[in-house]
Design a binder for this molecule. Structure first.
Ligand SMILES: [Zn+2]
Length: 129
């Protein structure tokens, strides 16, 4: 997690944890960097940890906001219960033709990401090259 990504940043674990806790996300968060992924996404809970995949090539500001958006989905998952959340997102993907997410949860995740982004330091640390 501490290797700089191709976007020139690492995750600020303390800031990420604080932001996540503030919206009721209590489980640990595991972040996978995948430069091949065009989009970033939240994929539920595995081994007691939220799983987030993010494109490491994103610019730092975009990466921070995107990470907070996915953490908002993690908080939704804890709130709904992860079995229900998985069933819900599977159904939403079917309705949307394979596209991630649907209306209400995306709107809320965007609003939470905006709020967290204003309230906390960036969730990523820029690495000087
Ligand atoms: Zn989303």
């Amino acid at each position: 997690m501490n290797e700089p990504t191709t976007g020139g940043w690492t995750i600020d674990s303390a800031e990420l944890r604080e932001a996540a806790s503030s919206i009721g996300c209590g489980l640990p968060i595991s972040v996978l960097f995948d430069p091949e992924q065009a989009t970033s996404f939240y994929s539920g809970i595995k081994d007691g940890q939220h799983q987030i995949t993010i494109n490491g090539g994103l610019r730092p500001g975009v990466a921070s906001w995107t990470l907070l958006h996915e953490v908002a989905h993690a908080s939704q998952c804890e709130r709904m219960g992860h079995v229900e959340y998985a069933a819900y997102t599977d159904a939403a993907k079917l309705r949307a033709g394979g596209v991630h997410g649907d209306g209400v949860h995306e709107v809320e995740a965007n609003a939470l990401a905006d709020w967290l982004h204003r309230r906390y330091q960036p969730a990523v640390k820029v690495v000087q090259s």
